[in-house]
Design a protein. Sequence first.
Lengths: 109, 115
Amino acid sequence: GEDVEQSLFLSVREGDSSVINCTYTDSSSTYLYWYKQEPGAGLQLLTYIFSNMDMKQDQRLTVLLNKKDKHLSLRIADTQTGDSAIYFCAERSDYKLSFGAGTTVTVRA
Amino acid sequence: GAGVSQTPSNKVTEKGKYVELRCDPISGHTALYWYRQSLGQGPEFLIYFQGTGAADDSGLPNDRFFAVRPEGSVSTLKIQRTERGDSAVYLCASSPDSGGYNEQFFGPGTRLTVL
């Protein structure tokens, strides 16, 4: 079965970089995702990476994938107060998404 | 355009009652998913529809849970004889199909509280 793990909390100073880490278990995952959840709002897809890539950059977001270690990370450059949210890592097998428990990111001034 | 909508946004019920949760997917999306998110956890897959048929209901916890999508658009998740452990946020998502990177667009969820 799938099991996605991530650290629960991250506190970062405004303007610094945030790095959120995730490990997954399903080696057949085709895509891996980062979703953002803000209070009272639905899950929003931030970015994704195909399993045959090892890096993807999208503006302030950088995703690194180490397929050998089944490790995924999300780096947010120049973290802003609007980045405070819960971030979920998810792996996909076929059509099904398996999510981690989420990392609560708190941005302090 | 309109996103995925779910009604009601909140539902409080008593143990043993029957509830229905509704999902309106994005127009034209053939794939529809239900997930359940318990407090402090990530969403867990419940069921997947492709068109009108449930292609995979392996995530439904037991036979008290059932979902339908009779016309391939709106879906209803039905829970019989609710238990306190059913309390969670029920999320619906839709996608154009299930191929490619398959971005699933999530609704805001229905928060179910069973007293």
